[in-house]
Write a protein that binds this ligand. Structure first.
Ligand code: ATP
Ligand code: MG
Length: 377
């Protein structure tokens, strides 16, 4: 009769007029794909989404997943019951605080306007019933220790719950185009990709390696990061591209300080081509202003200068490392990213990378490399 469910609410989507169905379809697809490994099901009950048929031992884990699905504003562990008044009373009592001295209140939402009692009456009856069974509890309407919420639905069911857990918000993935994420094995780029999914963007990813200078471990790590990100956006297609010949040529012909700046420009050129082939509408990087030499505004100007068809989005540009780490932990990429590995950029790493590159110098160094990509660039 009564069953444990996880109640899901969405916010910004309510603002969408005629497109609402499109957004909701995407949201349900994304919830199913992010929770399928728990063996649970998603049921849709009017404007309420419910996770059902799950093992209660993994309820918190499912909630952790739901918290970061874009489009969901909050979730609650709830009990779903028939809206029969006696059942309501008993279930409300089950939710009463265990501490004898505690305070509580009852909050009623009555979507079923044909229900035989109005919200005020239901609240006062349930409150009185609880007090009759737990004489030491007190009612406090303004600052209760426990707020027992009762939501009576039109279909003859009701939800009872106490806690409302805030989630990522945002828009469902798939509603805001597709971007190509430049995915290194570090902490930042997976977080950058995640933040774009939060605003509804689907992701492809490109990783640059310098095999044999970089090893299989680095490749495996990036594949795991892509898989983890895929959980938020229905899968991430990862392409790995070797830049060994580019790094070797820069190392051989150019001033050492320009290694990273020049390499980044080649990465962007390659990424832009791949993005267009894949139907992606932008590039995404994990750069954060001033974090390293290649992330000064002057360095960013040098990389922007080679992307002439697509914008480069940098969702982390104004975030601190500690904020990035917090998100990485939340989304499960932290433990993967901190594994030691050789990034292609650390191969031939200069002692003093250029901090404020100038375009004339960069073009002079690039001219030494000729047509390294074999297509006039
Ligand atoms: P991350 O933590 O993402 O590695 P970072 O702080 O190490 O970033 P950089 O190494 O300067 O910063 O890289 C800046 C951005 O360039 C990365 O966030 C990523 O988007 C991109 N990038 C760097 N190296 C690679 C790579 N090997 N493959 C793909 N993208 C890369
Ligand atoms: Mg890096």
């Amino acid at each position: 009769m009564s069953k444990s469910i996880i109640l899901i609410r969405y916010g910004e989507i309510h603002l969408k007029g005629n497109n609402r169905g499109f957004f909701l379809k995407l949201l349900s697809r994304n919830i199913r794909s992010a929770t399928q490994d728990f063996g649970c099901r998603l049921e849709i009950n009017g404007t309420r989404y419910e996770i059902v048929d799950f093992d209660e031992a993994v309820g918190d884990k499912i909630i952790d997943r739901l918290k970061i699905i874009s489009g969901i504003t909050s979730v609650s562990k709830a009990i779903k019951i028939p809206s029969d008044f006696d059942v309501l009373k008993k279930t409300a009592l089950d939710h009463a605080p265990k501490n004898k001295q505690a305070t509580f209140r009852i909050t009623v939402n009555r979507a079923d306007k044909t229900y035989k009692y109005n919200s005020n009456y239901i609240a006062s009856e349930l409150g009185a019933y609880i007090l009759s069974k737990r004489a030491k509890l007190r009612v406090d309407l303004h600052n209760a220790d426990t707020d027992i919420k009762v939501d009576i639905r039109e279909d003859g069911s009701a939800y009872v719950f106490c806690e409302v857990i805030g989630c990522a918000g945002g828009m469902p993935v798939g509603s805001a185009g597709r971007g190509l994420l430049l995915l290194s094995g570090g902490l930042d780029s997976p977080v950058a990709g995640y933040l774009m999914t939060k605003r509804g963007m689907s992701l492809d990813a490109i990783h640059f390696h310098s095999y044999p200078y970089t090893g299989e471990e680095a490749q495996k790590k990036v594949e795991e990061l892509a898989t983890t990100l895929g959980g938020f956006c229905g899968g991430v297609n990862l392409t790995s591209v070797s830049v060994t010949h580019i790094q070797e040529a820069i190392h051989k012909f150019c001033l050492p300080d320009y290694m990273i700046c020049l390499l980044r420009r080649y990465m962007i050129r390659i990424a832009e081509k791949v993005a267009i082939e894949r139907g992606c509408q932008c590039l995404i990087t994990g750069e954060s202003l001033g974090q390293v030499a290649s992330q000064t505004v002057e360095s960013i100007t040098m990389t922007n200068a080679v992307a002439d068809k697509l914008p480069i989005l940098r969702p982390l540009i104004a975030t601190n490392k500690s904020e990035i780490i917090d998100i990485a932990r939340q989304i499960g990429t932290y433990d993967i990213s901190i594994r030691p590995y050789e990034d292609c950029c650390t191969v031939f790493l200069p002692k003093h990378p250029i901090i404020k590159p100038r375009l004339d110098n960069v073009l002079r160094e690039e001219a030494k490399l000729g047509d390294i990509l074999g297509d006039g660039k």
